[in-house]
Design a protein around this ligand. Structure first.
Ligand SMILES: [Mn+2]
Length: 228
């Protein structure tokens, strides 16, 4: 099975509880739409767990992008790699000495979008033209894919093309309860991804305490946290 989530933001314990709840195994695939790090206390621990998973497709969010920009800036200033790692570790003060070069290198290799046969994953949004048609993702710049604030608007719908999974803005900002928000093509809740325009995954776990994921094969949602 394929499980999709976003914006886990260092909430290692809740993430583990969610994986237990869905009985996630090596035969399953996890897709994280970015913002694994910051806000919660266990950014590096969570990131390393995600990197250790057998079938995980991991995207960068704006928080990973900001970290990488900080890293690239340090590398331009000095060739003292020990000093660079020391400074990078201070970026995640709650994680102590956990950050290593392998984790930094793997963060640098995160994807900015992922396209499957019947869906697309991105952190913040996909660029659309005025008719709501998707502009090819490989022509978009990373900043647009990780920082976009337009795509989350309820009236912005990718009319043609595949269902888009995204996060970035907590749904609670739209005045909604902390649940995954599905935008349906014809109003009835379907069990096929073709029935959905877009799926807004960010439950704002660092504020709401609720973390959810969406199963692609049957369009079911799973939650852990205060409201379960
Ligand atoms: Mn974000």
């Amino acid at each position: 099975m394929t499980y999709i989530l976003s914006d886990v933001h260092g909430e290692y314990d809740l993430f583990c509880r969610l994986m237990d709840k869905i009985k996630f195994s090596d035969g399953d695939t996890l897709i994280s739409c970015g913002d694994m790090i910051e806000k919660g206390k266990h950014s590096v621990r969570l990131t390393q767990l995600l990197f250790s998973m057998k079938h995980a497709i991991l995207l960068a969010g704006n928080h990973e992008y900001a970290f990488l920009k900080y890293y690239w800036g340090l590398m331009r200033q000095t060739c003292d790699y020990d000093l660079v790692l020391q400074k990078l570790r201070k970026y995640f003060p709650d994680d102590g000495e956990l950050l290593d070069w392998e984790t930094v290198d793997r963060m640098e290799a995160l994807l900015y979008f992922y396209e499957a046969e019947n869906f697309i994953c991105v952190h913040a949004g996909v660029p659309l033209d005025q008719e709501g048609r998707m502009i090819p993702l490989n022509s978009a710049i990373p900043e647009q894919l990780v920082y976009d604030r337009i795509f989350q608007e309820p009236n912005v719908l990718p009319k043609e093309g595949k269902c888009v999974f995204f996060g970035h803005t907590p749904v609670t900002v739209l005045g909604l309860p902390p649940c995954i928000r599905c935008y349906l093509r014809d109003g009835t809740r379907g069990t096929r991804l073709g029935d959905y325009y877009k799926i807004h995954l960010d439950t704002g776990v660092w504020m709401s305490g609720v973390l959810g994921c969406f199963r692609a094969e049957d369009c079911r949602e799973f939650y852990v946290g205060q409201q379960t």
